[in-house]
Design a protein around this ligand. Structure first.
Ligand code: NAD
Length: 476
């Protein structure tokens, strides 16, 4: 029985808020071992032709695709999200491996002609052992978003999943091994902040790619600075979604739901500050509330469930705390915002809550300023484009943004002026692997996905070749 089968046997524990398994945090010795064996694998892997690496990665993608349903079930158990969403995560994961396998064989430098027949060329080389540290909201997908470009460039990766979702990264490691990567090329270490600290401080690590909150991201950067490790930081957000009165209302309403309630609202780039042009505010709210009330919450393994359980009791309490605070500060709850107990007895004890729409919000409220990371949408009216842009940009975050309008000039003007790493026009939360993803401001830097990510997992060496004689400059 492999890890996947063992955990599928344990199914139904997580959606009921019970413990799945004990994973023991890795200490210094295990971290040293993981980095040492990754380094040995890197020496072998980085010398292989890109096309050879591509073949192994394509095989890993094929295995993930073949086991998609099992891995998706496991991700539901791991995280609590609906099976429909988990399947999408697994599809995105194998697509990521396929995409970067395609790029592995194309990695190349440049040839530069110099006077007298001399020339220079650049070589795109791997960095070495890269560390990936993941958040708990997209456990398998984050492991693939980080490892696929890393491996395509010839690096090894030591990956630490969140201790709340420790399981599926191990499945990925099994799959890479089965596909034929050298032993140790993708190692998983388990643990929380202490293990993460050991990884970030380790002198044998060339790069840290981190996905998580802003406060942890700052610590990662500080630790990495000690040995000048490269860092990619994919951090939190409080993204604006701007809905103009000339929008296609049906799409804007669907977009607002997509921007707030996927994965129980635990999505970094969610558009949780929803600015609606005043003239259409009543009709927008009526539609949004009607549909939010109709969202099916419950057993995440059922096909028609759209919202499962939040990650932990502590996180549920934190999200509910934001709703209480919003009420105290004058917001009005139009629907949801309460702990929810599904009727199925087997789900009793799970961390469910009803999706919440808040009206009467103002820009200075806590629910509008801080990342909630739960299913809570704050809606605010606006009058003019200039005003809404100023308000939308008035934040230290800059992960994503969105705009709904039929006016194409306005759409592109707003996209240009929003201070965020992504702007969705007339849709929200679409992240195909071909498209770069990453933040502005305190939401981080560096990109994941797209061709550009190759630059974050490789370095350029310049080789200068003299074809003539060395200049007798010192005349001696
Ligand atoms: P977190 O910062 O608490 O933890 C993230 C990871 O860092 C975990 O694996 C954790 O064990 C590890 N960690 C914690 N302290 C550490 C330390 N001192 N040194 C090294 N590692 C440490 O975040 P979380 O609660 O797991 O995830 C939620 C946050 O992640 C939200 O803010 C969300 O917006 C963000 N997020 C961002 C993206 C993105 O792509 N921008 C994607 C998903 C989640």
């Amino acid at each position: 029985m492999n890890v996947c089968e063992v955990f599928i046997c344990l199914f139904h524990l997580v959606s009921a808020g019970r413990k799945l398994c004990d994973m023991f945090p890795c200490g210094k010795e295990e971290v040293d071992q993981a980095i040492q064996s990754a380094h040995t694998a890197y020496l072998k892997w980085s010398k292989m032709a890109g096309m050879e690496r591509a073949r192994v990665m394509l095989e890993a993608a094929r295995i993930i695709r073949e086991r998609r349903d099992n891995i998706a079930k496991l991700e539901v158990i791991n995280n609590g999200k609906s099976i429909t969403e988990a399947r999408v995560d697994i599809d995105v994961s194998w697509q990521t491996l396929e995409y970067y396998a395609g790029i592995a064989g194309t990695l190349a430098g440049q040839h530069i002609q110099l006077p007298g027949g001399s020339f220079a060329y650049t070589r795109r080389e791997a960095l070495g052992v890269c560390v990936g540290i993941g958040a708990w909201n997209y456990p398998f997908q984050i492991a693939c978003w980080k490892s696929a470009p890393a491996l395509a460039c010839g690096n090894a990766m030591v990956f630490k999943p969140s201790p709340f979702t420790a399981v599926t990264a191990v499945i990925l490691a099994e799959i890479y091994k089965e596909a034929g990567v050298p032993d140790g090329l993708f190692n998983v270490v388990q643990g929380g902040a202490e293990t993460g600290t050991l990884l970030c401080n380790h002198p044998g690590v060339a790069k840290v790619s981190f996905t998580g909150s802003v406060p942890t991201g700052k610590k990662i950067m500080e630790m990495s600075a000690k040995t000048v490790k490269q860092v990619t930081l994919e951090l939190g957000g409080k993204s604006p979604l701007i809905i103009f009165k000339d929008c296609e209302l049906e799409n804007a309403v669907r977009g607002a739901l997509m921007a707030n309630f996927l994965t129980q609202g635990e999505v970094c780039c969610n558009g949780t500050r929803v600015y609606v042009q005043r003239e259409i505010m009543p009709v927008f709210l009526e539609e949004v509330v009607k549909r939010t009330k109709a969202i099916r919450i419950g057993d995440p393994l059922l096909e028609n469930t759209r919202m499962g359980a939040l990650i932990t009791r502590q996180h549920l309490d934190k999200v509910l705390g934001f709703v209480s605070q919003a009420k105290k500060e004058g917001a009005m709850v139009l629907c949801g915002g309460e702990a929810f107990t599904p009727i199925e007895p087997k789900l009793k004890g799970g961390y469910y809550m009803s999706p919440c729409v808040l009206d009467n919000c103002t820009d200075d409220m806590t629910c509008v300023k801080e990342e909630i990371f739960g299913p809570v949408m704050s809606v605010m009216p606006f009058d003019t484009e200039e005003e809404v842009l100023k308000r939308a940009n008035n934040t230290t975050f800059g992960l994503a943004s969105g705009v709904f309008t039929r006016d194409i000039s306005r759409a592109h003007r707003v996209a240009e002026n929003l201070q965020a790493g992504t702007c969705f026009i007339n849709n929200y939360n679409i992240s195909p692997v071909e498209v770069p993803f990453g933040g502005y401001k305190q939401s981080g830097f560096g990109k994941e996905n797209g061709q550009v990510t190759i630059e974050y997992y490789s370095q350029l060496k310049t080789v200068v070749v003299e074809m003539g004689d060395v200049d007798d400059y010192f005349n001696c």
